[in-house]
Design a protein around this ligand. Structure first.
Ligand SMILES: O=C(O)C(=O)C[C@]1(C(=O)O)C=C[C@@H](O)C=C1
Length: 376
């Protein structure tokens, strides 16, 4: 039997040959890229790749090798595509950037909308981002705010997208797909909930607690200690506070900020009731113009993937090969198509960078309905 050293010599010889053939294949892939660019053809040829995978599997002898050789060729062809996309970018064949780079966002005379009512956390986030004196108004729901932007009634909207305890605000992700609005900024603020009621309310008076569903979730430990209380979800924490004040009923309380309690004439019955003392929410700033700040560092996109094994894996490889750092991924069901998903990805970068253009080019060709949600 051969010794380990002898076997390794043989493996080294095979590997040297593989590297030589790999380089030869990448070179040919590049030439195909030049041809496709000259003739205005798409880089990704799904049909050709399917045939290739079938062919190489047929040439392998065992089931294990058939599967292995297919995985290997999937990778090899993905690499060819990356080389070809790179060439496209170098040839300037990317077309115009659909987004306009701006030096500053025009926030001076802007009219800003936030969901809820006076005292909403979105208002606090808005004041943090635009300043306390900004020209603002409120609407009831997230959808109403997105509509105000789309119609041009407001220049910017401030909306929650993610909470450190409760996770993604699913509704916002769906609205970002539904409306042609774009993210141009973000801000994170601490969220500290209180239990608020009419002045003089005792905890023993309370029968019903109103708030936004996610706020009830964020205070679930405290609320679970009072299992007799009915929890009722309303559109917004500050709307809950306003309702308690209007109903003048001591059997009702709200989960809201101390500021919302004060604005609506309520007493803070129990302070700081969130499960996590570091509870905070990330808010996005949305507008209807396709603009991005020239120094923007983060890009949000969404896309649907073909219902095929490995398709998400291949799409995400565009980030790896272009050396882009992905910071977040979320998925949401695609409406009307059971068990199919739309992915939302955040990654670091600026739309003007070649690596970003290259990745987006590849993602656009290989996914369904790619949308750039914003660069901020
Ligand atoms: O044959 C082509 O059209 C190529 O671009 C080459 C290649 C490959 O590497 O084999 C790469 C990308 C295509 O999706 C299909 C095949």
């Amino acid at each position: 039997m051969a010794t380990l050293a002898e076997l390794r010599v043989q493996i080294d010889a095979v590997d040297d040959e593989l590297v030589r053939l790999f380089e030869e294949r990448v070179r040919l892939g590049g030439q195909v890229g030049d041809y496709k660019i000259q003739n205005g053809m798409k880089i990704f040829d799904r049909q050709r790749e399917r045939e290739k995978l079938k062919d190489v599997a047929e040439k392998a002898s065992t089931e294990f090798n058939k599967k292995g050789v297919q995985e290997l060729f999937e990778q090899l062809m993905a690499m060819s595509r990356k080389v070809q996309y790179q060439k496209l970018v170098e040839a300037g064949a990317l077309g115009r950037l659909p987004f306009i780079g701006v030096k500053e966002l025009d926030t001076q005379n802007a009219r800003v909308v936030f969901p809820g009512t006076e005292g909403a956390y979105s208002q606090a986030a808005m004041e943090y981002y635009f300043g306390e004196k900004c020209n603002s108004f409120y609407v009831r729901t997230f959808r109403d705010a997105m509509e105000s932007i789309e119609e041009g009634a407001a220049d910017f909207a401030v909306l929650p997208i993610e909470n450190s305890t409760a996770g993604a605000v699913d509704e916002m992700y769906d609205l970002l797909v539904e409306f042609e609005n774009y993210i141009v900024g973000e801000t994170i603020i601490p969220i500290t909930h209180t239990l608020a009621g009419l002045p003089g309310t005792e905890l023993s008076d309370i029968e019903r607690v109103y708030s936004k569903g996610v706020a009830l979730m964020q205070a679930s430990r405290f609320l679970d200690e009072h299992s007799g209380w009915q929890q009722i979800s309303v559109a917004n924490t500050a709307i809950a506070a306003k309702k308690i004040m209007e109903d003048k009923d001591k059997s009702q309380a709200a989960v809201c900020s101390a500021n919302a309690a004060k604005i609506h004439g309520l007493e803070v019955l129990v302070d700081n009731i969130n499960d996590d003392p570091n509870n905070s929410t990330r808010f996005i700033v949305v507008t209807n113009q396709k603009i991005f700040h020239k120094d923007a560092k983060k890009i949000s996109i969404c896309f649907e993937v073909p219902h095929e094994s490995g398709s998400l894996y291949h799409l995400l490889s565009h980030f790896i090969y272009n050396d882009l750092n992905m910071t977040k991924i979320e998925s949401r069901p695609v409406e009307g198509r059971n068990w199919e998903y739309r992915f939302f990805v955040d990654f670091e970068g600026n739309l003007a960078e070649p690596a970003v253009k290259n990745a987006i080019r590849g993602l656009r060709e290989e996914s369904r309905s790619l949308r750039i949600l914003g660069n901020y």
